[in-house]
Ligand binder design. Sequence first.
Ligand code: HQG
Length: 180
Amino acid sequence: TSEKENKRISKFLSYVLRHHPELIGIELDENGWTDVSLLIQKFRKTEPKLDLEMLRHIVDTNAKKRFGFNEQQDKIRANQGHSVKIDLGYSPQEPPEVLYHGTGTKFVDLIKSSGLEKQSRHHVHLSQHKETAINVGQRHGKPFVFEVLSGQMYRDNYEFFLSDNEVWLTDHVPAKYLKD
Ligand code: HQG
């Protein structure tokens, strides 16, 4: 199978597992997991070549580690990025002193006045590395990177979570904790 094919399936998998499971007739449990064999069966209506081996390959080679299997390997979920109401079950933990958020320059003024909002996702997404934030920001046009005073937020009792693919998540970043 070609990498192009894998990428197409990976994108559709993100869409289904984060936003619209009903689109292919599956359900997510309260922690976002869904049955692997049922998922493959439903996916085959549009991607006839998909089998377990191909799915494993897509999960293993995904550059951002967007998906994960459970221990028994019979369930799969997206590691973050959902808009559907599920609980990923990550426990709160202490973040590094500074984290980064990449956005587009067109949003900078709004963010400076109202802080970082989670918009359609469950959380605001932050990165430990500036380069990652630049890449995220590029999705929204000319990139702009904010420094987030995450250590100070933590001391002020804001909660932070680290996803299985190393994205830092928090509910909201008030403007006073942002540096540009
Ligand atoms: C902006 C991708 C106006 C925010 C990436 C962002 C990431 C505001 C946009 C993950 C705002 C939302 C998440 C405010 C925030 N006023 N705009 N007050 N507060 N914004 O896509 O962080 O490929 O929902 O800056 O790599 O860009 O999907 O969030 O620009 O990890 O795996 O509103 O998605 O990963 O955009 O990206 P998004 P994001 P995946």
